[in-house]
Structures are given as C-alpha cells and as structure tokens.
Design a binder for this molecule. Structure first.
Ligand SMILES: [Zn+2]
Ligand SMILES: [Zn+2]
Length: 230
C-alpha cells in the first residue's frame, strides 16, 4: 500500500523486489485463506538474513492461531516468530473487529466482513484521505452504516463471481455484480469503487456486469501491482 505497510500477503508479494520487501514494517491480514497469506512465509525466507527490524503483523485471533498452527509449525514452514532467537523476524499481534491501529501516521480500523472463516476488512485513513477495503466478503449489511459514518473516498471491494453463479457466491462469501449493486444502495455517498478478487478467466465479464448494473458509479478494476492514488 505505502512502501512500508502491506494489506494482505498474497501472490502479489512476488512482484516486490528485495528492497521493497525489506522496507515492509507492518502487515495487516484480513483472513487466513491461502490466497491472502501465501506470500508471507516465502517473503520471510527471502529477507531472513538481511532484515533489520522485526515485521509486525496484525490479524484476528483466529487468523494468528491459524498461522501458528498451520504455517509456522516447523512442518509446513519454520516458526519465524522465534527466529532468529535474539530478534525474531516477525511479531504477531491479535486485533478484533472495531479496533483501530495507528501505524505509520495512519489509522487502520478493522471492519466487519461476511466470509466462511473469520475475516475483517480495513478502513485506512490519514488527515487527508481514506479508503476502505472490504476483505473477502459476501453480502454484509453491517458494513454500510460504518462506511456512511466514515465516508471513505475509495472503496476496494470483492466481486469474485459473475451474476450467473449467484448461489456459489453466497455459499463462498463473495459478491456478484448484482449483489454489489444492491449493497451500494445502502451507501449514501458515491465513493470511487475498485473491484478486486475477480475469478481468473471471468474478469472482463464481471467488470461488464458491474458497469451495467451501476452506470452512475466510477468503477475500475484493481490489478496486481496497481498503485492507488486517493
Ligand atoms: Zn477468502
Ligand atoms: Zn480470497
């Protein structure tokens, strides 16, 4: 996001060079699904012998426990929370929905999400601007009153599926374009919208369907490696 703050650690990490990885100080994780964490253990191994300051990771308690039990367990991967012994490379911190972190001059509020595993979104703000990231989430009526209060300039939101697979989207905790249109009726201001988490192979169809059901909104697609200016 900024040079030193990372929201989720998926395959996008592969796009970072060594210098960019070493600059990361804080990581906030939305949930434990593998597409959101897979880059983290690989990155820690890559920077292990060069890092200077520990990386701080923030996530729900269930996510921290999943990382400890299933990733940093000496079987899948070394336990980097105690390596190197004198100064571990990563420190894990538990947060809850509604908590606000203050990191690097920004406020980062954990937002509720609706997904089959414990998940949050994040609202990131400084004195000038703010954006919300839904995390992976299906229909989530508790989110909109919060966003109506915070009024983010930009909303980055999960629309994983096309309208043709409505039931699959509901079961897996993601949105379709029509779900997004319904949900945005609850948003009182026209934030700029960026669509993320699109199912590979269906990106163009999802974007076409989004623009069709939401003609009055500025909607773009978030690509891997995009630099967002708000
Ligand atoms: Zn997920
Ligand atoms: Zn995901």
């Amino acid at each position: 996001m900024d040079d030193s703050l990372l929201v989720d650690a998926g395959t996008g990490i592969e796009l970072l060079n060594m210098e960019q990885m070493l600059a990361i100080r804080d990581v906030v994780i939305t949930h434990a699904h593998i597409d959101h964490i897979i880059g983290l253990p690989l990155m820690l191994a890559t920077i292990y012998d060069q890092h200077k300051e520990p990386i701080n990771l923030y996530a729900l308690p269930e996510v921290i426990e999943a990382l400890e039990q299933h990733i940093f367990n000496w079987t899948i991967w070394p336990d980097y929370t105690c390596l190197p012994e004198e100064r571990p490379i990563i420190s894990l911190h538990k947060i809850n929905v509604g908590d606000t972190l203050e990191l690097q001059g920004k406020k980062i509020e954990a937002l509720p999400a609706n997904h089959p595993t414990p998940t949050v979104g994040y609202l990131v703000s400084d004195e000038n601007t703010s954006f919300a990231f839904s995390g992976d989430s299906g229909i989530n009526d508790v989110l909109w009153p919060i966003l109506n209060d915070r009024k983010p300039d930009l909303l980055i939101i999960d629309v994983s599926f096309t309208d043709e697979v409505d039931e699959l989207a509901r079961l897996s905790g993601h949105l379709t374009p029509s779900h997004l249109a319904d949900q945005l009726q609850q948003l009182e201001h026209h934030a700029r919208i960026m669509i993320t988490h699109l199912k590979p192979g269906f990106e163009d169809t999802i974007m076409q369907q989004c623009r069709k059901v939401l003609p009055d909104w500025q909607i773009d697609r978030l690509h891997h490696g995009d630099l967002i200016t708000v």
